[in-house]
Design a protein around this ligand. Structure first.
Ligand code: EPU
Length: 422
């Protein structure tokens, strides 16, 4: 099992190219199931969850070719011969649920292993199921699998109980091939949902209200092939912004989209970070200790839960106390005890973390528990005194494209060691 070793205390300087968004790429790869024609993608990030999704699609009979290092993926779902998403893959990646909508819509049938709970919360998929049922699918849950059938889905009006990102994406992919009009109320407005919708439109889908919480879809009989470039990863961008804010330095992030992370940029400015921005770049500068900033996670366009852990690492070394409230997932504070092992002073009270900024963290051995928790430990390690060793970084590899390579290029002292070397 690989580990990361970080020698903290170096400022960061230079340029980083941001990769395509994981949470846009995953639904977009699954959308290829909706057409018998090829879908060509660019800016697909090179990370474990993408490899898992490609494995899942290939197992279904999708031909998928990737161009090494170029972010290009060509998908051909003309010969799909297996409509099952097995437990072994779904248990490693919950986003596998995203094949459910496309499979039922195009093939009238799907069998997808029920994702279990995960480290950050229970994460049920009841809204995905209810929505498909409202569109006429017959769904049963047997032996741990969701089995769905429908001759042809029928458009209807769906109001989800809460805002759900992959739920909106699944229902959107189902609705584009349904008969008649579907209205998705309370839809997630995350830019990744919008990116998926843009690909679907390029494939011939009829969708109004992209980027709003009301998506109106006129079903079509079939979709055709398309080319699409995946939107830049706002969470990777935000992670590097927090890294510079905590460690200090002057870094320009290229190939990004600042408009998709305004809530995070605002909070960083409040913390005293200097940020300049253009259409597709951000320059972040920091030469003093940050001021602590309280925040609360919520659905887009508010502060993203996927940035909570990383910003907390910044607050851990900032001047003053702060309150961090997590409203999306019930158990997304697992980084807290690891940050405390590095000398942070954070206590948890229900869904609120109370952070008392300390002047210095000190390197220690810590363990990554989930993707964004891992990123927060990297940030903490970058500004801690001495050596930090982060175990179980396969969590980091699930969602970040060569993070240690990008950090090394801007002057960080980070190296990957295999389990045996450490
Ligand atoms: N929920 C339900 N029932 C449902 C669906 C959701 O109760 O049927 C609840 C969840 O348990 C959670 C809340 O609704 O409390 C919101 O969950 P959502 O469905 O929006 O999350 P998701 O679609 O499973 C995506 C991202 C997550 C990100 C969340 C929130 C992907 C592949 N994953 O998950 O990304 O945290 O939206 O923005 O898009 C990550 O990248 O680290 C990550 C966890």
């Amino acid at each position: 099992m690989d580990k990361l070793v970080i020698e903290g205390g170096r400022q960061l300087a230079g340029e980083i190219k941001v990769s395509g968004a994981k949470n846009a790429a995953l639904p977009i790869l699954c959308a290829s199931l909706l057409s018998a024609d090829p879908v060509q993608l660019a800016n697909v990030p090179d990370l474990q969850d993408v490899r898992t999704t490609l494995k899942l699609l290939r197992q279904m009979g999708v031909q998928a070719e990737t161009v090494e290092g170029a972010g290009k993926v060509m998908l051909d779902a003309s010969k799909v011969n297996n409509l099952v998403a097995p437990y072994e893959l779904v248990k490693t990646m919950r986003a596998s649920i995203l094949v459910l909508g496309p499979l039922v819509a195009r093939f009238g049938e799907a069998k997808v292993s029920l994702p279990g709970g995960c480290a950050i919360g229970a994460r049920p998929v009841d809204q995905h199921i209810k929505g498909l049922q409202a569109m006429g699918a017959e769904i049963s849950i047997e032996h741990g699998f969701i089995e769905a059938r429908a001759k042809r889905l029928k458009g209807t009006r769906i109001i989800t109980d809460m805002i759900t990102v992959t739920g909106t994406e699944n229902l959107l992919m189902a609705a584009v091939l349904a008969e008649g009009e579907t209205v998705l109320e309370n839809a997630a407005r995350e830019p990744e949902v919008g990116d998926l919708a843009h690909l679907l439109v390029a494939m011939g889908a009829k969708i109004d209200g992209i980027g709003t919480d009301r998506l109106v879809i006129q079903g079509v009989d079939k979709l055709h092939g398309a080319e699409h470039t995946v939107v830049p990863d706002r969470i990777e961008t935000g992670t590097f912004l927090c890294a510079v804010a905590a460690a200090g330095g002057d870094v320009t992030l290229r190939h990004t989209r600042p408009q998709t992370l305004e809530a995070v940029i605002d909070k960083l400015r409040e913390a005293g970070v200097t940020i300049d921005e253009g259409d597709d770049w951000l320059r972040v500068r920091m030469n003093r200790r940050a001021s602590a900033v309280s925040f609360r996670t919520s659905e887009y366009p508010a502060f993203p839960t996927d940035m909570q852990a990383q910003f907390m690492a910044l607050n851990a070394v900032a001047d003053g106390p702060s309150r961090v409230v997590e409203t999306i997932f019930e158990n997304r504070f697992m980084h807290v005890q690891e940050l405390n092992r590095l000398g942070a002073n954070v206590t948890i009270d229900g869904n609120t973390a109370l952070v008392n900024g300390v002047a210095k963290l000190s390197g220690a051995k810590v363990m990554a528990t989930d993707l964004r928790a891992s990123a927060s430990l990297v940030i903490a390690g970058l500004c801690a005194e001495g050596e930090t060793l982060i175990d179980r970084i396969y969590h980091l590899d699930r969602g970040y494209d060569r993070m240690e390579v990008k950090l090394t290029a801007v002057g960080a002292n980070v190296r990957r060691v295999s389990g045996k070397q450490a």
